[in-house]
Design a protein around this ligand. Structure first.
Ligand code: SAH
Length: 352
């Protein structure tokens, strides 16, 4: 308990201290950790939950990450790429529903050139001057990151997945490296993005010591956004038979990250909601303050299959905003119309 206290007060722990938070099996301990993190979130953001409209722009990918369902070698999914006008239609629809952040996520699709993305981002920027644009398009050059920032993007999500080099190489094919990933993240920070990173909890071969390394890396990097979701197997990947990550460990990590980074934007992820029907609300009650409903055209959602059973309907969909609102209201929280930038002095506004 003193370690929770120390993290809450100093936002900084040693490896050994983080490890003690991860392995404590006392059930009261987890409840206290979750409650302390929840209180920290409420003291900064109130009971407001930010929403981001997720637009899955392309499921073409040149990579072969071993965990991911849209890896190039998976021949079982139909590939699609949204056109510029389809993406703009998603934004228009999302804006009407109350979204003020659009997240453009996709595989590493060579057809999404810098010129094409520049054009799409600039158009969204001029049509929606009051909205934030978040990108999640994987590894690109420092020059492209800078160019997209100049076109009007504000934030970038790129999980490092795991800090440990050996573990990284068990999750990714030869040709991808942990160092390259960290270099990209440094490039994003340098370009001035609100930068997000994070890990999959329970990814194959992950150890508690690996997670400690992730905690220390994030403590040092100080990203504005931290994405933590359980690993969930996909049948079309080499990890088809690997066990899924744990809900409890994911919640534990959300709470640790909240106490480490009080003002960070931390989503209750789709993977958490997929793993368990109450995953989303439990994520919020463990200290998360963001949800990312799906704004992708419904006909394409099934093909953006990162893992089995990925939720994209009901409260996980943009059309299901009323359902999400009801679900959050039931635990005393509210969805709000707000860009929700990283801001140490966040001020509550615009309750929906
Ligand atoms: N290609 C981009 C964005 C798409 S993947 C990128 O790699 O950043 C977005 C995130 O989905 C990844 O960072 C990964 O952490 C998560 N993901 C992929 N496969 C998953 C799986 N099987 N289970 C849980 N999360 C997964």
């Amino acid at each position: 308990m003193e370690t929770i206290e120390k993290l809450r007060n100093t936002h900084n722990l040693t490896a050994q201290e983080y490890k003690s938070l991860l392995i404590n099996e006392n059930s009261d301990f987890l409840a206290v950790l979750n409650a302390q993190a929840r209180d920290m979130t409420v003291s900064i953001f109130g009971k407001d939950v930010f929403i981001r409209g997720l637009i899955e722009v392309s499921n073409f990918c040149k990579n072969n990450c071993l965990y991911c369902g849209i890896r190039a070698a998976n021949k079982e999914i139909e590939r699609y790429r949204l056109s510029k006008s389809e993406i703009l239609d998603c934004c228009r629809h999302g804006y009407e529903l109350g979204f003020r952040t659009f997240v453009l996520q996709g595989g590493e699709d060579p057809v999404l050139t810098d010129d094409l993305m520049d054009d799409i981002i600039s158009t969204i920027r001029s049509e929606f001057p009051d909205c934030a644009i978040t990108l999640s398009l994987g590894e690109r050059s420092a020059a492209s990151y800078k160019r997209f920032k100049a076109s009007g993007a504000n934030r970038y999500l790129l999980r490092h997945e795991t800090f440990n080099q050996e573990h990284y190489s068990k999750l990714h094919p030869a040709g991808m490296s942990r160092d390259k990933r960290l270099e990209c993240l440094a490039g994003l920070k340098d370009a001035g993005y609100q930068t997000g990173t994070g890990i999959m909890v329970g990814s194959p071969y992950q150890t508690i010591d690996n997670i400690v390394e992730d905690l220390l890396y994030i403590q040092e990097l100080k990203p504005e956004m931290i994405g933590i979701g359980p690993f969930i197997h996909h049948n079309g990947t080499p990890f088809a038979n690997m066990p899924d990550g744990s809900l409890e460990l994911t919640l534990r990590l959300i709470s640790i990250f909240r106490l480490m980074s009080p003002a960070a934007l931390i989503p209750a992820t789709t993977a958490l909601a997929t793993l368990s029907p109450d995953g989303r609300t439990r994520g919020i009650l463990a200290g998360a303050n963001v949800v990312m409903p799906n704004l992708t055209p419904a006909s394409r959602r099934g093909d953006y299959s990162l893992y089995e059973g990925k939720a994209s309907t009901g409260a996980e969909s943009a059309e299901g905003l009323a359902e999400l609102k009801k679900e959050l209201n039931a635990i005393g929280y509210d969805v709000i119309v707000h860009r929700g930038d990283y801001d140490k002095n966040y001020d509550r506004k615009c309750i929906m």
